[in-house]
Design a binder for this molecule. Sequence first.
Ligand code: NAD
Length: 480
Amino acid sequence: MHEIAQIYVDGQFVTPHGEEWFDLYNPAKAKVIGRVRLADAEDAAHAIAAAKRAFASYSQTSKAARLALLQRMHAAIAAREDALMAAIIEEYGAPISRARWMAKHAANVIQEVMTVLAGYDFAQRAGTADVVMQPLGVAGLITPWNSNAGFICGKLAAALAAGCTAVVKPSEMSALQTRIVAEALHEADLPAGVVNIVTGRGEVVGAAISLHPDVAKVSFTGSTTVGKAILRAGAETLKRVTLELGGKSPVLVLDDADLAQAASLAAQAGFMNSGQACIAGTRILVPRPLLADFEALLAAEVMARYPAGDPQDPATAVGPMVSRKQWERVQHYIRVGLEEGARLLVGGTGRPAGLAGAVADGWFVQPTVFSDVHNQMTIARDEIFGPVLSLIPYGDEEEAIAIANDTRYGLQAYVLSADPLRARAVADRIDVGRVLINTVTHEPAAPFGGFKQSGIGREYGRAGLEAYMEPRAILGVHRA
Ligand code: NAD
């Protein structure tokens, strides 16, 4: 059994003031695997005070010093790739190939920030003015469970590159990953107080960070509901916020697309990260005359290539849902899809067949595809955050674009077509922060974030770095 009894404040592992213990689970086995002692609001206040003290000198460090610090962080995280992968499988249930990618990603995001920082000029000119990019101050970084280590490392690297100090509030369900990251950061020998990590409940520690007058910035990844609560809490002190929230991403299959390739890409986009992905392509828009052909191809693809089961089995493509609550949420949405008249193509309620042994009671759902979905149905409107896809037939391209944009979300879209220029013209009309044409790959140099209720601000690349800074314009005298 794992027992995580300390938080990381002011350069030291310390016992929190908070006394609540929170059970940690292996979702593939639906079994308790340990517990974590949670921080409380007083711990958050100590961490914020430490970060504020550290900001005075850290904000003055040179670019070279920050690059050296990030290099040490990168090396320490990269050295723990295997341990991180094991933790990701154990407490999150990511299938082994995905878990390996996620463990590497935690180090890679630091490297990507280093590349941006190396080429970034903090002293700029605008007309007659000098413009100096200033770090904002203490940054509160709040992460979800679906990629906890990656989000901690990405947000931290950008904050530290900008000259901010940080208080991290990781997902309480991801304490194994958080401990590994904290140990790596401690080993990387960062100045005391530059990074503080306080695992606690969102409504306690997350809320304390969002309200605290000494926190200048909150960067949050999580649900739209909590994002709005953070925005409201931060309004009192006019905090800068970056909110990376939910999505209901459309996959537009144009009528000239290679249908077999489109079915393969749609399945990849839909079932990535076991469907627990904000960028998952969950609304697949298909020309009505091609619907039957596409259904057959997608159903065959899902049956053949997306088995749900033991994340330790290399053949598994879809792992368990992270918690019982999440499992029940997905089951609920599958029932609602049936009740509202969508036609079940693959999957359905209940666990997949064939689960046995240690994983027989795990929180697995069947990879599920509905067809004849209408965009007003609940399953087409709500973010389900599980492997449940909706096929929505459309008439012409105009209608496809209208359906794609008829959502409160605007994070990502996919366009699949044999004609890249036609796809590009469609992409230009979709109200989302990122459009992927005939691909499901990631580009870390490009800004990432949502239109509409998918968020505020951008992470990654230059925009992600500038999200932790404020420009100061100075007129009259130029720095020599
Ligand atoms: P969540 O919003 O419930 O929790 C995210 C984090 O916020 C957790 O650390 C939680 O403890 C904390 N939190 C909860 N209440 C809080 C409060 N009142 N104040 C401050 N912090 C609080 O989300 P989740 O269930 O952990 O993650 C799933 C959601 O995250 C999905 O909606 C998904 O779309 C979204 N997500 C978005 C992105 C993106 O980049 N856009 C990436 C991954 C996940």
